[in-house]
Design a protein around this ligand. Structure first.
Ligand code: COI
Length: 356
């Protein structure tokens, strides 16, 4: 059994986990592990980290998070496919990004080792709830909210850090998605908060997502706010396009794109497999033309929740382009390689897997 030297463990935890019945149908992010991590910040420092029974929060109606959106989160997974593991995948990458988000949103950073201990504890105690089918996992959601009770517009001085976890099946039911290129609304602008994983970025994407769904599309692809030309990201997913001659392109990182851990891993994996990866500006009009002419052969989205998800078509107000392959070979290969690594079926030359 792991030791968790910085963690106070509620004595009810073992019984609560023992009494918990995991439903057959999990869906994504619906069923929650009956335990959670909680840690409060006040007087300029973090208090004791605690593993406690999952419970409702009691918040004052004037808590700052409810009015001014001072909030950040992460998404990560623990894997136990075929009874291997459990494994966490590059957890420090997520913790570092959490702290970058914290900085941008004027919130306190968490100690990396302490956050890792909290994650390990959630995985270790929830071990028997982690599904063993490939592509299913324990989806883990660390997050932090501002809790000052005050309607004045100033940064909070008290915060709550929590980790909850959801035994989940794959995010998308369908194999490939239809994508709407949004040329009207924007997701994030230079100097804003696009690279921070904060709720406001996701809230900002919802209206366009509703409109895209009404038109028969599954996801929205965002363009740069200034010129509405270059492809950025897909709210919860980064974008990749596969070209002829083993070239793979993805939008270069800016302040307006979330720096995806899966994105980074796909780039490193693809390079390792001998593909030429270009982090570059991708004009959506060029891309649509390249798909129509057959120069671009596959497109996919990637993210922790969605793994690697093939794209079958992209459309904007003016043009539609259908990928020749709903689910191209390179997309398939990278997806399988990534899952094999995450789920512990392959060697891990990168040292990305952390056994819990
Ligand atoms: C993740 O991939 O973990 C995300 O944050 C996407 C989420 C909004 C479902």
């Amino acid at each position: 059994m792991d030791t968790f030297k910085n963690l106070e463990i509620d004595p009810q935890i073992t019984q609560i986990l023992g009494d918990f019945n995991l439903p057959d149908e999990l869906g994504f992010g619906t069923v929650m592990s009956p335990i959670m991590i909680e840690m409060d910040y006040a007087d300029g420092k973090w208090g004791q980290m605690k593993l406690i029974p999952y419970r409702q929060l009691t918040l004052d109606p004037t808590a700052k998070v409810l009015h001014y959106g001072q909030e950040i989160f992460e998404g990560m997974k623990a894997y136990r496919a075929n009874g291997n593991g459990p494994f966490l995948f590059r957890p420090l990458e997520n913790i570092k990004r959490f702290n970058l988000s914290a900085k941008r949103m004027a919130m306190p950073e968490v100690d990396e080792e302490l956050a890792l201990e909290g994650l390990r504890a959630m995985v270790s105690f929830s071990k028997d709830l982690i599904p063993i089918q490939s592509e299913a996992s324990l989806y883990i959601r660390p997050f932090m909210i501002a809790t000052d009770i005050h309607l004045g517009m100033k940064p909070s001085e008290t915060f709550k850090f929590m980790i909850v976890a959801s035994p989940s099946q794959a995010y998308f039911k369908s194999d490939s998605v239809k994508v709407w290129i949004e040329t009207d609304n924007i997701r994030a602008a230079e100097g804003g908060i696009g690279a921070a994983k904060t709720g406001g970025n996701y809230a900002a994407s919802l209206l366009a997502m509703i409109a895209a769904k009404e038109k028969g599309y599954d996801q929205v692809l965002w363009l740069d706010a200034k010129n509405k030309v270059n492809i950025e990201e897909m709210s919860g997913m980064n974008f990749f396009a596969v070209y002829e001659n083993n070239v793979i392109k993805t939008p270069k990182l800016t302040q307006t794109i979330l720096h995806g851990v899966t994105r980074k891993s796909v780039i490193e994996l693809a390079k390792h497999k001998g593909y030429q990866v270009e982090e570059t500006s991708i004009s959506y009009l060029e891309l649509l033309k390249d798909i129509q002419s057959g120069k671009c052969t596959e497109c996919f989205a990637c993210g922790t929740a969605v793994i690697i998800t093939p794209i079958k078509s992209l459309a904007s107000e003016s043009t539609t382009a259908q990928l020749a392959n709903d689910y191209g070979n390179i997309t398939k290969e990278l997806r399988q390689e990534l899952l094999d690594l995450q789920e512990g079926r392959s060697e891990d030359p990168f040292g990305w897997r952390l056994s819990v």
